[in-house]
Design a protein around this ligand. Structure first.
Ligand SMILES: [Zn+2]
Length: 242
């Protein structure tokens, strides 16, 4: 009887483990410098094309304008313990390289993960898109402290204080309102900035930051309890296009 109970307990913990992935953190023994060795599935975290980076030594390029077709509507918000994420409704897309990528979710890091010419920002949004084959394109938006941001105002009214499942947001949150009016961008090849750190991600970093109020930035850092930025990674052989 005791043995059977033990077996069930093991099964539960194994399934919970695989569903959530191996535990990782932003500091300590499960921190960024150890991610690659926490689990074989995280080995890409030691790759040569990792994100974030310090964007500098720009290469002049003719970058095609990004074509955003974002709708608005209700979505979900969740605090997963690593970030606060807003899941997008289907139907918002971005065209890059003649490929359509659908907006899946956007989430935040404080302070910023990517740096521009060595400069850090208090907050960074990542708008994560996937094409039909699962290739990813991330649009990064950097924030400076200033006027309140309308998307954050609507989303933070439902900001989950603790980690847990998604909450439904009322309609009217338009991710387009996160973008600067000038959509010029830097581009580089990178990775997810959290385990499993998968590479082959198109990074599109808006050149112009957008404002968010100090209260909005503080509200995010308060629910995170700790910085949630991976340190910058080596650029290696990559170019940053501008
Ligand atoms: Zn991110």
């Amino acid at each position: 009887m005791k043995k059977a109970w033990f077996a069930v307990g093991m099964l539960l913990s194994v399934s919970a483990f695989s569903a959530r992935g191996i535990h990782w953190e932003y500091s300590g023994e499960a921190g960024p410098e150890h991610w690659a060795t926490l689990d074989p599935e995280y080995s890409a975290c030691a790759g040569k094309n990792q994100s974030p980076i310090n964007l500098t030594a720009f290469v002049e390029s003719e970058l095609a304008p990004l074509v955003f077709r974002y709708g608005e509507g209700s979505a979900e918000i969740l605090n997963n313990g690593h970030t606060v994420q807003i899941n997008a409704l289907p139907g918002s897309s971005l065209s890059v390289d003649g490929i359509q990528f659908e907006l899946k979710q956007f989430h935040f890091h404080a302070p910023s993960e990517n740096l521009i010419d060595g400069k850090s920002f208090p907050l960074e949004a990542h708008l994560v898109h996937a094409d039909q084959d699962g290739h990813l394109a991330v649009v990064a938006v950097l924030f400076t402290e200033g006027a309140a941001n309308t998307v954050l105002e609507k989303a933070w009214a439902h900001l989950p204080e603790t980690a847990g499942g998604p909450l439904t947001l009322p309609p009217g949150i338009s991710p387009l309102d996160l973008l600067p009016s000038n959509r010029d961008y830097y581009r580089y090849n990178g990775s997810l900035t959290t385990p499993p750190c998968s590479e082959g991600v198109r990074w599109l970093v808006m050149k112009n930051p957008v404002p968010a109020s100090k209260a909005q930035i503080d509200a995010f850092t308060h629910v995170m309890h700790h910085p949630n930025n991976r340190p910058v990674q080596a650029v290696n052989a990559r170019s940053v296009l501008k």
